[in-house]
Design a protein. Structure first.
Length: 189
């Protein structure tokens, strides 16, 4: 279930997408990953970054994977978020075929070992093929990380991220006030 911090935040400014394509590509191993991976798309949309989203299987469509990874940069993609369950070779194979930053999302799936196989497959990449890895089912954080990467060269996205961080602070401070109002001792605030 989404937290308040991710469902109520609305950006204040408008971001212009690259004319030649989306800034972020989101790929997943199968349609069963969509429920999790949509979290990345939702977060990016909160920063007014419209991603593309498609299915690319490392094991069933290796040529499609290679073509997607190799052509992403020329289509204007700046960051790729790749999520998969089970053996989860998708993020690493995408990273092996592009110079773009790749964020891996290990997905807990019906054929996984409680998600640990996915996590370790993405974390333990060999030298020269880096994949930034978020938590198990952590697609929302992958979306935020992709926005942070884009914000290095886009002040509009940077401003939205700053507003998002302030919003998160406001949510926590409201919770602090609520707990104090329940009568709990707090000498910090």
């Amino acid at each position: 279930m989404p937290s308040k911090a991710t469902t109520n935040y609305k950006p204040q400014t408008t971001n212009k997408q690259e004319a030649n394509g989306p800034l972020v590509g989101i790929v997943m191993g199968s349609e069963s990953d969509l429920e999790i991976m949509n979290g990345a798309a939702e977060m990016l949309r909160q920063f007014e970054v419209e991603p593309e989203l498609t299915i690319v299987s490392a094991h069933r469509t290796p040529e499609r994977l290679r073509e997607y990874a190799q052509k992403a940069k020329e289509r204007g993609v700046k960051v790729i978020i790749a999520g998969a369950g089970g053996a989860a070779h998708l993020p690493g194979m995408i990273a092996a075929n592009t110079i773009l930053p790749v964020i891996g999302v290990p997905v807990k799936s019906s054929n996984s070992i409680d998600g640990w196989d996915s996590m370790l497959s993405i974390l333990q990449m060999p030298y020269g093929v880096p994949v930034a890895t978020v938590a198990l089912n952590g697609a929302k954080n992958a979306g935020i990380l992709a926005a942070q990467i884009l914000a290095l060269h886009d002040t509009s996205i940077a401003g939205k991220l700053e507003a998002f961080k302030e919003y998160q602070d406001d949510i926590v401070m409201e919770s602090v006030k609520n707990v104090k109002n329940l009568g709990y001792r707090n000498e910090f605030d």
